[in-house]
Design a binder for this molecule. Structure first.
Ligand code: 5GP
Ligand code: MG
Length: 192
């Protein structure tokens, strides 16, 4: 595991972002819509630093499948948590802006629910990967095009609990693959 962003750097980057957000909304109430699961840790830290009247809603989006580290088809689930955003200023919070397809598909769907405005904040922004004509309004860190884990971000549902952001190395990938294989074997054995 190669550390890319330390805990201290994360704290400083998120502090900076929280101040920018507070300046923009200038005392007006804000509704954060967090995009599960990857944004969970970032979301919890960011929201505690935003000194505004604040509501929290959640939606779910998945674009990575299993052992693939490139985006697969995107599945959005707005119904499950049905965000209440009518007439509200919304800040979409996601872990990483990679191709941009997640926000590009999510924003029009949220717009149909009648918010007063929508802006977006991401912890990480991968350079030179964007496939859509939008950019996030707030970015804490620009990173190179490498697959990263930790601080909420996963590889095969592992490594979300690392308190820093790291680049996934071949040995980490093998460890997570082996872990998943062992679980699959155990559940097959149980089923008989
Ligand atoms: P986009 O739709 O912008 O291509 O991708 C956004 C989603 O893809 C992120 O919310 C995240 O779930 C996933 N993703 C993109 N790059 C990475 C990465 O380097 N590591 C991990 N763990 N997930 C990523
Ligand atoms: Mg995501």
């Amino acid at each position: 595991m190669k550390t890319l962003i330390t805990e201290e750097q994360l704290r400083q980057g998120i502090d900076r972002m929280a101040q920018e957000i507070r300046r923009h909304y200038d005392g007006r109430p804000l509704t954060i819509v967090g995009v599960l699961i990857g944004s969970l840790v970032f979301l919890a830290d960011l929201m505690r630093r935003i000194d505004l009247p604040l509501r929290l809603e959640l939606v779910q989006a998945r674009s990575y499948r299993g052992a693939d580290t490139r985006p697969g088809p995107l599945a959005l689930n707005l119904d499950l948590l049905s965000p209440d955003v009518r007439g509200r200023d919304v800040l979409l919070v996601d872990d990483i802006f990679d191709t941009g397809n997640t926000l590009w598909e999510l924003i029009p769907q949220l717009n149909e629910l009648g918010p007063a405005s929508i802006r977006s904040a991401v912890l990480l922004h991968k350079e030179n990967r964007c496939e859509v004509p939008i950019k996030p309004d707030y970015v804490a860190f620009n990173i190179p095009d490498e697959f990263v884990v930790g601080y909420g971000l996963d590889y095969r549902d592992m490594y979300r609990n690392l308190p820093f952001v790291a680049v996934l190395e071949a040995s980490d990938r093998e460890a997570a693959d082996a872990e998943t294989d062992i679980e699959n074997m155990a559940s097959k054995a149980e089923q008989g």
